[in-house]
Ligand binder design. Structure first.
Ligand SMILES: Cc1ncc(COP(=O)(O)O)c(C=O)c1O
Length: 407
């Protein structure tokens, strides 16, 4: 029986690494087996992975919750009220928006499901979704899974990956429905500047589109760069869904808590489908998230650690012969132009073989990711453990540079 012939065509071509090798580190058993065999994974955007990193305040909340027995039970499908209240306060503090926890926020089991859910009510068969390239790989796949068409819009390294609105204008058609940005950008770490965001929002309004803003990395912006929230710009609140996460900014990917905020006309529909599509987030994760969001000291110290880490990463990785990179503007990643050393596939495989470290090839992040690697430089709790890995990558690539005759 040809089981694939029974499948929806949008799913038929998905590959989980069982029959063909898949280059993405988040698919199948590849990364797990690599780690089991002693390799280091610096390919999952997960701060301090794989080391323990739960602060005492959160640990206490979790232990108390387990003692109480509450985590055995559901939270509301739209999310635990106490968590929605804590998130509403956080959003208000960051944006100035008046967020009603019972009308404007929904908790999702991680923001990956939130990203798909945020587009579900809007995408009809054949609708086009514009996605800057490079971007988070799921954001290229999600529109297709919903029956839409993904339209990558190039960002250029020479522009520091800011938005060229002409590239959007060139690609807009009567079928364009939605623009989906990752802001700050994963993989480049770029924070779209005010001018980029304002032009993009004017474009969205001019063509009567919806904006989904994937802000999983919004909590760590460095060097005093202004972070402009698209939902706050004139005319945008009624047409923007902002998708956030506690995985990166708060460092709790394992709790599986994401959230969407939007106006109540949109939220009514998301609340209405919550049971069917999302189920509900984890009760224990929700309790941990409340404690984490309220622990200002922890959030501050996390910021200091991650800011220091991106500098340590830059100090080592930018001195590798044949590598070009900028200091990260946000988050937990470094983005390296390794095109002088080979393709992303060749160079990542070389690092795997000679440094025993898994990093991300740039190509799943879009065509503009060719010749690049993404390294999750915030892995490992201790700076010295991370720096050891940076040095191992440097030693391997210096050897490769020698083989290529660059030095
Ligand atoms: C840009 C971006 N958005 C969303 C997610 C999803 O994260 P989570 O489902 O843990 O919230 C990721 C995960 O890597 C990401 O990089």
């Amino acid at each position: 029986m040809d089981i694939k012939s029974k499948m929806n065509t949008k799913f038929r071509d998905l590959q989980g690494g069982l029959f063909l090798t898949v280059t993405k580190a988040d698919v199948g058993e590849g990364a797990g087996n690599f780690q089991k065999n002693g390799g280091d994974i610096m390919a999952w955007a997960d701060p301090f992975f794989p080391d323990p990193s739960i602060p005492d305040s959160v640990k206490k909340a979790l232990l108390d919750a387990v003692e109480s027995g509450i985590p055995a039970h559901y939270v509301m499908p739209i999310g635990m009220l106490e968590l929605r209240q804590a998130l509403a306060e956080k959003i208000h503090k960051n944006t100035g928006l008046d967020i009603d926890p019972s009308r404007n926020v929904i908790v999702t089991p991680g923001s990956d499901s939130g990203l798909l859910y945020s587009m579900m009510p809007f995408i009809c068969e054949g609708d086009e979704v514009m996605v800057p390239d490079p971007s988070y790989p799921s954001n290229f796949l999600n529109p297709k899974l919903l029956g839409g068409v993904t339209v990558p819009v190039p960002l250029y390294e020479e522009d520091n990956y800011q938005i060229r609105i002409e590239e959007f204008e060139k690609r807009v058609t009567p079928r364009t429905k939605l623009v989906l940005i990752t802001h700050p950008n994963n993989p480049t770490t770029t924070v779209f500047r005010r001018e980029s965001i304002e032009k993009l929002c004017e474009f969205v309004i001019k063509h009567d589109l919806i904006l989904v803003s994937d802000q999983a990395f919004e909590d760590h912006i460095y060097d005093g760069i202004e972070f402009v929230h698209p939902a706050t710009l004139p005319g945008m609140w009624e047409r923007t869904l902002t998708v956030c996460s506690i995985s990166k900014g708060l460092g709790f990917s394992g709790f599986r808590i994401g959230y969407i905020y939007a106006n109540d006309r949109i939220m009514d529909v998301l609340y209405g489908g919550a049971v069917n599509v999302l189920g509900a987030a984890s009760t224990l994760g929700s309790i941990g998230a409340v404690a984490a969001v309220k622990d200002e000291e922890y959030l501050k110290s996390n910021y200091v650690r991650l800011e220091r880490r991106r500098r340590l990463a830059y100090e080592v990785l930018s001195t590798i012969p044949g590598v070009k990179m900028k200091m990260s503007e946000s988050g937990i990643l470094s983005w390296l132009d390794i095109s002088a050393l080979g393709t992303a596939e060749e160079v990542s495989e070389y690092i795997m073989k000679h440094a025993n470290i898994m990093v991300n090839q740039g190509t799943p992040y879009g065509e503009q990711g060719a010749g690049h690697l993404r390294i999750v430089t915030a892995c490992f709790a201790k700076d010295e453990d991370a720096v050891l890995r940076f040095e191992r990558i440097k030693a391997a690539l210096t050897q490769l540079a020698r083989e290529k005759g660059i030095i």
